[in-house]
Design a protein around this ligand. Sequence first.
Ligand code: AGP
Length: 621
Amino acid sequence: MCGIVGYVGSGEATDFLLEGLRRLEYRGYDSAGVVTLDQGQLNVTKTAGRVENLSQALKSKPAPGSLGLGHTRWATHGPATNENSHPHLGGDQTLALVHNGVIENYREIKQRLLEEGCIFVSDTDSEVVAQLIAFELEKIPEQAPGAVDPYAPLVTVVQKALAQLSGTYGLAVVFRDWPEAIVVARLGSPLVIGVGEGEHFIASDGSPLAGHTDKIVYLADHEIAVVTAAAIRVIHRDQGDVGHDVKALDIDTTEVGLEGYPHYMLKEIFEQPETIRNALRGRLDRDQATAVFGGLNLTPQQLQAVDRFVLTACGTSWHAALVGEYMIEALARVPVEVEYASELRYRNPPQDAQTLLFALTQSGETIDTLAALREMKRKGYPTMAVCNVVGSTIAREADGGIYLHAGPEVGVASTKAFTAQCVVMSLLALYFGRLHHLSYEAGLRIINDLEKLPEKVEKALETHDHVRQIAEKYADYNNFLYLGRQYNFPAALEGALKLKEISYIHAEGYPAAEMKHGPIALVDEHTPSVFIVPQGVVYEKVLANIEEIKARGGPVIAVVEEGDRHVAQLADDLIVVPKVADFLQPIVASIPLQLLAYHIALVRGCDVDKPRNLAKSVTVE
Ligand code: AGP
């Protein structure tokens, strides 16, 4: 979703701005722009389409200046045109603003400003904020020369404007007549400040800062900051001047590079043996045959008393939560409910006192998940985050949690975060299982299975070339079914989502047996079915489902375990993965499904890392 960068220092602002916008491309966007301030003038350059278009535009018309802002826009109000791109100018070109989030009451404010004679050039809610700040600026008296705080008027006008907004924002403003300061503000949409030597960087997440600084300040909701090359001043809406903590930024530049891979998605698929090791590192206690977590912040007594889990998330993270439901109920025998975060927030389901909420989120910024977590927190339930991005809003607001340690996930289609989330779910299942009925021996068996998992995933990655050939064979089909049972039902959902997201092919995931109750009507020679059919209690039943598809002329691609002797006789194409314990099957089976989606998308000429219409972190409701 939209991305913000900003720079103030002694270097050329556009150097950082362009590089930063490229690093934010993964969030998903459809236009980009920058503004710099040079010799008393704001220079705005905006282009629809990729950052590369913006870079070309800046080559033919450079924008010098050592203070500036940049933005990638994911269209919400109005199409992806140059006019609707940010930055937006306010007043008589007195300021320029970039904004992430949604202003819900922009229509009323726009109407009011129109009546005051204000002229708008875009359809956006963001331009309304720019014009509103400019309008407030015109109303304040001129400052006396030599004023103690030259930036006091900026704080005043931004605060006055923000007080009139309802909705969410992460925003940054530069003012023509204050050429040394950027004013930033946050409510519901993240903003960070990178601390350099005689320079500061602004960004909507930490990734543009890597390689520039390892010191980061996270702005909190209702805070405004005035950022100059030399200083940061943070003002809270209700508390006035507040200090700011400078934290360590834990991203290195190799983590955000392609490292020789053609796409981030492929790189991240191949990182999974390592990311799974990282998710497990230090969390297995062989001595006690259990898992250990540093950050749950609840006593063993409080954890023991938990009698129900609510797992909430969106998209791929929701699929990982579903895997978690199967794992926790089977291994820990504690009831689990999985809720779409967007539903949980408004559904108001009855919860009992010993319910523990886990919000699963790669980015830690998904607004639906954040809102659901806040709602549960408001009701007094302890809230936990299972999150990848350190220092993200959800990670900070939850009472406790578990980091994935998967490293930055840049590809919009989540891969390594999904498998890391499933691993964390299995650790929770082990932990709560051992708190309840699971024996020492059973705990050790699970630990042994988990320790072998990275090697098994390495082996599953060896299917790459074979999966590529299968992808070439099926890339022209326009409908797919993904079918699996038990632990592999969520894996089927996730396989279908991956294909949909990056190849724009219609794909549906179902529990394999459920297929008979409707989706079978879709089956013909033009609709391939992808079965996940490892050994286990329902193996024979899934074989029967494959027969049912074959009887109707449907092509079948099957993911099976090594040693399988039956499916080869039924399926058109076979993908063989290593055998693992049943609760780990969805992790291993997901590897070829990720590769299948990737290669089908490539054959169809799709942009796998930046699929159309999608955003990496969805910060609007
Ligand atoms: C995953 O491939 C998707 N891009 C999307 O479904 C994603 O999982 C969802 O938006 C939730 O994101 P989060 O994990 O960052 O909260």
